[in-house]
Design a protein. Structure first.
Lengths: 463, 218
């Protein structure tokens, strides 16, 4: 490990811009990151953002409360479009989470040093996104208080869940995903929580961070075990990057509906998930680094690398769109062909072309280095991709359902005010949790950042 | 630097992690047990009735057949509740001025039926038919227990789905000859050989059909 990192440093330092600004040492890194939590006064901007997001969470609570009292009739779902917003939102949110896992697990195993400053908040993003995602299938069940019927447990009905249904696989996939992400995130936090404990000024903070850091002393035995566990968890989390959205795509692909019954769905969904996930990481990283002055930690190289991944996954998604169209034609299946044509020129054509513009056309700007290095442009493109990916899920869910095999059972769908309120509300919930996270936990891993500075290498080389 | 917590915190931490397993397992056990208890199922609890009717007295002491009162049990979904006139067949002659039976006489005078409290209350989403069970050799006591020994009527079974499915999965363990259906004290030592034969003779459907969702939830 030691020699490898030294080699890393010498070769990479020449070839690429560094992953951390110059002139930092152990103390200055720790000071800078922990100050956000411990020293800085709660800023007006934070309070305003927190207040606004809290207001949106209240709207979500009201919308959900109304739903529980009146039933899902307040949403636009009806036969034939029984899925609607809820499922589109679910797929969108769970997809966003995937970038966090990819950054924290796969890039760790591939020794990509540039992951270090973005992994912590990307993992937090994953957790919060999965929470928002999980809400939708639960609410969509109609009687959410029976959610535990989805789990196999010794019940008084001698019934198992239907294990042949991908909807049940979904429960396991999402539950596993949340658990592994949470454990991974927490284990990663422990050394930093100990740092916060040791630097805490107030008795209360000292106690809380003390309990949370689980007696971490930073001894070499601690670190040896910690590294082993962290790698092991990364190995466990790696297949989840691919498996979770694959299972989500089965919800569609296993059915026989035109436009859904397709073998390209798993890779197509995984690519889309990583695409939207990185867009969300950029959307979050840009304001965080600007507000807290973290440009030295989340450098242009980070943003540019993420932009490149976005471009790559954009091309994969584009390929999937094209292959869908090609195979609809090549299948010779009239229903399949009609479905594709209906997407492009039917009643939901606007959404389809919006998705083409947002997911295919506009992100092509990322081919240019000037665009990749312009923070405002990156921010705008990341938002555009987020919108585009939601549109994609909407198009997949609605266009296939609203006109299937039998014209007599065709229908139209549109979201109601409460559909929009719930979607908007989960965005508020996501931001609300994120504001709390930034204020009370270190948004960048101090322990891992310390490994990046020259101080760490020098000691290792001498030893 | 002084230590953050007292040394005992280590032990407390280990204990709480170790103990959490048992606490969670205990909670799960409580949930499963309460869900099957008579607090939830109301099994074994005698209901309050307008008249304290005793099946023990009418069946065991007087020897009245089940079908004298529950007249439609062999032909319809509902076993049938007797009209007040059925009661009065006897009670116009015996115990005819007992104060306990005043509600019965009042009902007879006014034509207003007695309002019995239902003991076996299946949910509305369950389709249940008495006649098919009786005709395929399911005895009264198989589901209702020894009603002939109940001074006040109560439900014996949980009526939970697992209880229904137990028999639908393996009817051979429960069916008896048709002639014995109304015999409250019927028992056999040869259920193993007899049951399978009866299932065949009575053409009771296979487990797959009997446990299909739409057999009971229509």
């Amino acid at each position: 490990m030691a020699t490898e990192e030294t080699r890393d440093l010498s070769s990479e330092a020449l070839a690429r811009p560094p992953v951390i600004g110059p002139g930092y040492n152990f103390t200055s890194i720790t000071d800078k990151i922990s100050a956000i939590v411990l020293r800085r006064k709660t800023s007006r901007g934070w309070l305003a953002g927190f207040g606004v997001s809290f207001a949106i969470v209240s709207l979500l609570l009201y919308a959900v409360g109304r739903l529980l009292v009146l039933g899902i009739g307040i949403w636009g779902v009806e036969i034939p479009v029984a899925w609607g917003f809820a499922i589109a939102n679910f797929v969108w949110w769970i997809g966003i989470g995937h970038a966090g896992t990819l950054i924290s697990a796969i890039l760790l195993l591939l020794h990509q040093k540039w992951r270090t400053s973005i992994n912590r908040f990307a993992e937090a993003m994953t957790l919060f996104a999965v929470m928002c995602a999980g809400l939708f299938p639960l609410l969509h069940m109609g009687r959410p208080w029976f959610f535990y019927w989805l789990l196999p447990y010794p019940n008084t009905m001698t019934l198992w869940p239907q294990f042949r249904s991908p909807l049940v696989w979904d429960v396991f996939a999402v539950f596993t995903y949340f658990t592994v992400s949470l454990v991974f995130w927490y284990i990663g936090l422990i050394p930093d929580l100990a740092t916060l404990r040791d630097r805490a000024k107030s008795k209360f903070a000292w106690f809380v961070y003390g309990v949370l850091s689980m007696g971490w002393r930073g001894g070499s035995r601690h670190w040896r075990r910690y590294d082993a566990v962290y790698l092991l968890l990364a190995g466990l989390a790696t297949p989840l990057v691919v498996s979770v959205h694959t299972v989500v795509s089965f919800d569609f692909a296993v059915s026989i509906l035109p436009g859904w019954h397709s073998t390209i769905f798993p890779p197509y969904f995984v690519a889309g998930a990583i695409y939207s996930g990185f867009a969300m990481v950029i959307t979050l990283a840009v304001p965080i680094r600007a507000v807290y002055g973290l440009e030295d930690f989340i450098t242009m190289r980070h943003l540019e690398n993420m932009a490149k991944i976005m471009l790559a996954t954009c091309l994969m998604v584009t390929y999937s769109y094209l292959s869908e169209i090609f195979f609809a034609w090549y299948s010779g299946d009239r229903v399949e062909q009609y479905m594709e044509a209906n997407r492009m020129i039917g009643p939901y054509a606007f959404m389809f072309w919006l998705l083409v513009a947002c997911n295919i056309v506009i992100p092509q700007a990322l081919w240019f280095q000037r665009v990749r290095r312009s923070v405002p442009l990156l921010f705008v493109i990341s938002i555009v991709v987020n919108v585009g990916m939601w549109t994609e899920r909407y198009v997949i869910v609605v266009t296939s359902l609203h006109r299937d095999f039998m014209p007599s059972s065709w229908g139209m769908y549109s979201g109601t005010w409460w559909d929009y309120a719930t979607l908007f509300g989960t965005i508020g919930l996501f931001l609300f949790l994120f504001f709390l996270f930034i204020r009370f936990l270190p948004a960048i891993s101090m322990a891992e950042m310390r490994e990046l500075v020259p101080e760490a290498k020098v000691q290792e080389a001498e030893g | 630097m002084h230590p953050t917590f007292h040394r005992s915190a280590n032990t407390v931490a280990r204990l709480s992690i170790y103990g959490a397993v048992f606490v969670l397992a205990g909670l799960a056990w409580v949930a499963v047990t309460v869900g099957r208890s008579s607090y939830v199922t109301e099994a074994g609890i005698a209901r309050r009735q307008p008249v304290p009717f005793s099946h023990k007295h009418h069946v065991s002491d007087d020897g009245i057949d089940c079908r004298y009162c529950h007249a439609t049990v062999e032909t319809s979904a509902f076993a049938g509740m007797p009209s007040t006139a059925t009661c009065m067949n006897c009670h116009s002659q015996i115990w005819s001025d007992s104060p306990v039976l005043e509600p019965v006489r009042a009902s007879y005078r006014t034509g207003e039926p007695l309002r019995w409290t239902r003991v076996h209350n299946l949910p509305g989403f369950v389709y249940f038919d008495h006649s098919i069970h009786v005709n395929k050799g399911v005895g009264c006591s198989t589901c209702h227990g020894r009603v002939d020994q109940m001074p006040l009527t109560y439900q014996v079974a949980s009526l939970q789905m697992e209880w229904c499915v137990e028999c639908h999965q393996n009817p051979a363990a429960y069916v008896r000859p048709r002639e014995q259906v109304f015999d409250m004290s019927w028992r056999t030592d040869r259920q193993d050989e007899q049951g399978a034969q009866l299932v065949k003779d009575y053409k009771i459907k296979d487990t797959h059909t009997l446990t299909s969702c739409s057999t009971c939830h229509r």
